[in-house]
Design a protein around this ligand. Sequence first.
Ligand code: NAP
Length: 362
Amino acid sequence: MEKIRVGVVGATGMVGQNYVRLLGSHPWFRVTHVSASPRSSGKTYAEAVAGRWVMDEPIPTTVANLVVADAQDVQAAAGACDFVFSALGMAKPAVRQLEEACAGAGLPVISNNSAHRMTDDVPMLIPEVNPDHTSIIPFQQERRGWEGGFIAVKPNCSLQSYLPPIYALMQSGYEVESIIVTTLQAVSGAGHPGVSSMDVIDNVVPFIPGEEEKTEQEPLKILGSLQEGRIVPSPSPTVSAHCTRVPVIDGHTACVSLTFAGQIPSLDQIRTAWRGFLGAPQELRLPTAPRPPLVYREEPDRPQPRKDRNTASGMAISVGRLRPCPVMDIRFVALSHNTVRGAAGGAILSAELLRAQGFLGR
Ligand code: NAP
C-alpha cells in the first residue's frame, strides 16, 4: 500500500516531536509536511528543534531536512499532505480557526488541542471505547460544507489512564454510578519547557488550570450517544477530579474510587473483565494497537511511571492495586504514557481507525 502523506502542525513541540518520532517508521503514514510558529518556519526541522529535541532517539532522517512551514499557511499543508495531526500550543479561538481552515481546505484534522473537544459534531476518540463516534463525520461535513476535510479530536491526557478500565467494566455489564479520581500528572503534560523546575522539584502542585473540568466532562461525551447528527453526552457516571502536577517526566497516574449503579462485581470478575477487554483497534489489527490494551499488574506496588509507562511502546494502560473501598465500592490505580497514549500515539491509533473505516486515504 502506498503510504498516506501526513502533516504535523505544531511539529516542534512536545507532542509534535512525539508524532515525528512515532511516524518515522509507521507502515501506513509518512510525514511530508511539518509546521509551527513563525519562530520556527523557514528553518529545517533539525534546525528548528536544535537544543530542544527531547526524544531519546535521533530525529528521523526523513523529517530532519523538511523545511518547517508557517502553521497559518493552510494551502501549503493542503498541497503537501493528505491529512494533518494538530498539536498546536495556541489559544483556543486561534486553534479552532486554524483547524477549521484546514478542514475547509479538504484536509482531515486529528487534533490534540482542546478547542473542538466539546463541539457536538466532532468525535472525541479513544479508539477502544467509542470507535462508532466517527459516524458523526458525514453530518459534520454536510453541516459545514466541507468536502473531504473534517475534524476529529483526542481527549485530555488526564483521563486516558482511567476511562478505558472503567469502560471495560461497563462493557461487561457493570454500570458505574460515580467516580472520584486523583491524577498525578507528569511535567511533560505541560509541554516544553513547561513547568519551572523551581515549582515542581520536591513538590506537588495541586492545580492545573482547566484540567479538572476536562477530566470530569470529557468522559461523558466519550460515553455519549449519537442522536440526529450530534453527540449527546451520557448523563452518568458523575466524576469528581483532583488533578495534580508531580515531578515525573512522563506518565500520568490516576488513583480511582468508584461506585456501581447495580450489581457490584467481585474483584475476580473485575480482573477478568480487564484481562479479556479488546476494542476495535485490536479486532481490526491496527498497526499500533496494543494487545492487550489493559495490562493488570499483580505486584502490590505497581503501576509506577518509570517501570510501566512504556508498556507496549507506551500504548497500553497499566492497572493495579485493585481492592475494596470502605467508602465507595472499589478502588484501583491506573497509568498511561501521557505524550504517547495520551497524545501523539493515541491520535495515530485514531488515524489508523479512521483509515480502516474509510475516512482517510486517497
Ligand atoms: P508545546 O511543547 O508548547 O508545543 C507547541 C507547538 O505549537 C510548537 O510546535 C509551537 O511552535 C506551536 N505554536 C505555538 N504558538 C504558535 C503560533 N502562534 N502559531 C503556530 N504554531 C504555534 O505544547 P505540547 O505539549 O506539544 O502541546 C500541544 C497541544 O497538545 C496542546 O494543545 C496541549 O494541550 C495538547 N496536549 C498535550 C499533551 C502533553 O502531554 N504534552 C497531551 C495531550 C494534549 P514553535 O516551536 O515554533 O513555538
